[in-house]
Write a protein that binds this ligand. Sequence first.
Ligand code: SF4
Length: 499
Amino acid sequence: MHEKLSLNIEADKPQDNCAVVGVYSKDANIPGIIVNGLIELNHRGQEGAGIIISDGISFVGKKASGLVEVVFSKRNDDGVIIEDIPQLNGAFTGIGHTRYSTSGTLDELQPFLEDGISVAHNGNLTNIQELKEEFGFPDEIDGARSDTRFALAVIHKMQGSEEEKILAALKKFEGAYSFVFSTKDTLYASRDPHGFRPLVLGKLRNRKGYIVASETSALRRMGAKFEREVKPGETVRINKSGHATIDLDERSDISRCIFELIYLARPDSVVFGVPVMEFRRRIGEGLARHLPENVDIIAPVPDSGRGAWSGVISSEIARESGAMFEEVFYPNKYRNIVSGKLRTFIAPNGRDKAATEKYSVIESNVRGKDIVLVDDSILRGSMARIVRILRAHGARSVHALIAAPPIEHACGYGVDFGTDELVAGKSENRPNNIVDIEKVRIELGLDSLYYISYAELLEAVLGNPVENVPEVFEQNKFCGACFTGRYPVPIDGTVSKIA
Ligand code: SF4
């Protein structure tokens, strides 16, 4: 009998962080476009989804927990599943959101609406605690405690028109934000001056109008083509006159989240101008230079390791190694379909329980074999469980090539790493405050372990050699604080990462 081990590969991954979309068009199906966009961005948050649309007079919306397709469907009287998307005759603008959270209740679901302004947010405001104190806000508003709900309250403390209030409030926010706002007749898209999170502008193909979305992967199903990125520090107004920049706070310290490229974004997206899959393949080609000798199998950790794995196995080094390029886990795609659709707010607080156990070992690829696993990153203990499972199924040795440097620090800008348990962040693995890779290797039970270096990571983005120093991230307008601890914006004032 094999040791009984649960395999929660997906539970031990960074959790993003939410997605936003917005649409303005006088002749398109606004709610349908928004829901289509959210479905394409569901990888950025599965705990809940919502939309708010407007016809210039009133707002209509819906939000609920669960995957986007579940939120916007229902059973009819015959038991058949049909669409259940809010409609409003003449609606011409609206926004939508998918949510991941580490905590919170249904009251936290976005978009939020107050006095003629609706908002959806991807990121994390780092000074919300100060703003709460400045304005004397209570602990919660309408049951919500998230930075986004308080951001909307801050907007309504400002003076002037709705647009003036939004612009004034944005000047007060610090940290990471890609916002979409909708008033009754205008759509706005804003990105923080550091540009932590992506946000793109698209033009509808067969209709007049524009969309905004967190990633380019949403554009096609929203019926739009890529127009341009919303720039760091930019606010774009979209209305019947088209789109226009109404504010641009240009700074030199751009800090784009490099983890968007490593893991968070979909492989078919182009993020910060970088085609994600191409980047992941280049990372893999770099990892191939560190392949151990005499291995039999080079395998991805599903699914997040597949991008880098494709780069490893396409390299000449891997081809010449004589190893076979095989899977060692079989994912049963029919398991957890129902529970996945029924995921509720239990999930953020009991993630391990809610996580899938849908992977089985392909024993013929494992028994008696020397195996190299390729993964995007290592957070907590799932790699140790994977190694124990492979050894229990007869693996002779298990090695790992990792497409990110060791994650040693929390992210204050909207990504949940579950920092309490970060294997490379534990004090016992960081004597003298420097991670000891050998200690991590031993804890994970691996025969060898290679983490990509800062330089190799940046070279895969930039296509040219760089120095292997922590400063290389800011030198190239990226954030790498979870690796280096060099935070571009102080993170002390966050309330909790729940948007
Ligand atoms: Fe991205 Fe890491 Fe920076 Fe967070 S700390 S924004 S995950 S690079």
